[in-house]
Ligand binder design. Structure first.
Ligand code: UD1
Ligand code: CA
Length: 511
């Protein structure tokens, strides 16, 4: 089909999209991960146009900014007032002065039209030697669409719903609004248009009448996939189309060898890539440029946006954005990987862990209840339960670097900036504010003191003071909170020194 390239494609996108009821241009609303207009441009590019013109009007600034970002080579033509589809194409033709050859017209709000279908339209047009070819669709409920009037084996006209009589309204073949024109016919036909209709607009469809009356051949290309010719006007249609397109995408991945346990609750955006033998559990959402390597298992109930998942990795009930999950690594349940997270091969981000700008080395583990932000962690390191990487000092963010084969005891606070050397050990419950060198043990917390006989003496004292509640352990405990008898730091007893290695053995970060 290399020969279906055309002189130009004109994409009409100036309409107001009122029924969307949105501050955002209708054309920028996403469908399976891409704005409606981006989908439309994708189809347009499929016929390799020498010139691609988008007619802008309503919300022009938003649409132009989007085009500048995703398709800077596209020309825009401004239609100041929306005086009809014929008027819109006139505006585009001003940007295409002197053009010859085939010109395709499509809509910015018909996103499921494919490049392949547009190529077939162009090929049909050329094989039949038409001067104009209309894409049509047969709809059970054609209400609202222009009806196609046939005579002999050609097309004699298109009549809009509001201008149609009852017999014409009964016609089920509708105008999709997608056409190929010979440039000369289009120019002449546009010049002939008058606003002689119910809306007092210039109708592109009236070019059909001009063509027929001047002896040009007008043909039709019937598209059987009605979704490809359907426009989006409101959010109910957007939802229905999202459902349909997602269904097709999910179905396609199953045929490529991906196991999808529940296609109905699995959402896969258009930019995602998945290798074979991946398993997706119910409630999985794969968005953006996410890629999943062979043998990985995702879900249930997980959303990955722009995430790279290595082969054999597992992600359970978690949310991740702009992250890399290494081969054989595990994530979740209930974790939150924010941008800049890189989990090394066979590493682990376990339950209730939040990470951000965190490089976690090969085989390293952050298994439970941790905030790990602005961190660089070497390989084979274990971060104990409840560890907090305190990266923010109320003014700026700082980095914590943890070496390889390090053990961070549970419930530690690592106050950045901080460097913790290889093979070091941080005692559980430490609040570290200065660096730890290779091989060192760091303990940064109050020492434990055990005071012999204290409970007995305490109970006796509180019993004497509060005889009404004496006698139960519960009442002794509650009065412990209230009493002024609680020993204070300046008690004269000698503190009991517990070696940190021993105290840590009951409170490690190991799984
Ligand atoms: C148009 C066709 C109708 C067809 C239907 C298919 C005409 C007169 N009618 O009707 O036969 O069945 O599409 O969906 O062409 N637009 C502009 N500027 C304008 C008017 C429209 O850019 O002044 C753009 C809109 O943004 C939209 C497209 O053209 O993307 C179609 O416009 P719309 O008003 O929806 O046309 P319909 O009345 O539905
Ligand atoms: Ca419409």
């Amino acid at each position: 089909m290399g020969d279906s390239s055309v002189a130009a494609v004109i994409v009409l996108a100036a309409g107001s999209g009122t029924r969307m009821k949105s501050h955002t241009s209708k054309l920028l609303h996403p469908l399976c991960g891409k704005p409606l207009l981006t989908w439309a441009l994708g189809a347009a590019e499929g016929v390799a146009p020498q010139k691609l013109v988008v007619v802008v009007g309503h919300n022009r600034d938003q649409v132009e900014a989007h085009l500048q970002e995703v398709a800077p080579h596209v020309l825009t033509a401004v239609q100041e007032t929306q005086d009809g589809t014929g008027h819109a194409v006139r505006c585009a033709m001003e940007a295409l002065e002197g053009i010859t050859g085939d010109i395709v017209v499509t809509y910015g709000d018909v996103p499921m039209l494919t490049a392949e279908t547009l190529r077939r339209l162009v090929n049909t047009h050329r094989q039949a030697s038409n001067a104009m070819t209309i894409m049509t669709s047969i709809l059970d409920n054609p209400t609202g669409y222009g009806r196609v009037l046939r005579s002999g084996n050609g097309i004699s006209g298109v009549v809009e719903e509001r201008d149609a009589d009852d017999a014409q309204k009964a016609i089920k073949e509708t105008n999709a609004g997608i056409y190929v024109f010979d440039a000369d016919l289009l120019r002449d036909g546009l010049a002939s248009l008058t606003p002689d209709n119910d809306q007092h607009q210039l109708y592109l469809t009236d070019v059909v009448g001009y063509a027929c009356s001047h002896g040009h051949r007008v043909g039709a290309y019937l598209e059987n996939d009605r979704w490809q010719t359907e426009g989006i006007n409101d959010r109910t249609q957007l939802a229905a189309m999202s459902h349909e397109l997602n269904h097709r995408i999910v179905h396609g991945w199953m045929l490529e060898g991906v196991t999808i346990i529940d296609p109905e609750t699995t959402w896969i955006e258009a930019g995602v890539s998945i290798e074979q033998d991946v398993v997706l559990w119910p409630g999985t959402i794969l968005a953006g440029a996410t890629s999943i390597a062979s043998g990985a298992v995702i879900g249930p109930d997980s959303r990955l946006t722009d995430v790279e998942v290595g082969s054999g990795a597992q992600v359970v009930r978690s949310e991740a954005t702009l992250a890399v999950i290494g081969a054989g690594a595990t994530v979740g349940p209930f974790s939150y990987l924010r941008p800049g997270t890189t989990l090394g091969e066979k590493g682990k981000i376990g339950a209730y862990v939040e990470t951000k700008n965190a490089q976690i080395g090969e085989g390293s583990k952050v298994p439970h209840l941790t905030y790990c932000g602005d961190a660089v962690i070497g390989e084979g390191t274990n971060i104990g339960a409840g560890t907090i990487f305190a990266n923010y000092d109320s003014k700026a963010k700082h980095v914590t670097t943890v070496g390889k084969n390090v053990f961070i005891g549970s419930q530690s606070v690592l106050v950045a900036p901080l460097v913790i050397g290889d093979d070091s050990f941080v005692a559980a419950g430490s609040a570290l504010t200065s660096d730890v060198a290779t091989g060192e043990l760091a303990v940064a917390r109050g020492r434990q003191r055990n005071i012999a006989g204290w409970v007995q003496s305490f109970r006796e004292r509180t019993r004497a003071k509060k005889p009404a509640v004496a006698g139960t352990a519960d009442s002794a405990e509650s009065s412990l909170v209230e009493t002024s008898e609680t020993p204070t730091a300046d008690t004269t007893e000698t503190p009991v020194v517990v070696p940190p290695q021993e105290s840590d053995s009951t409170s490690t970060g190991k799984e």
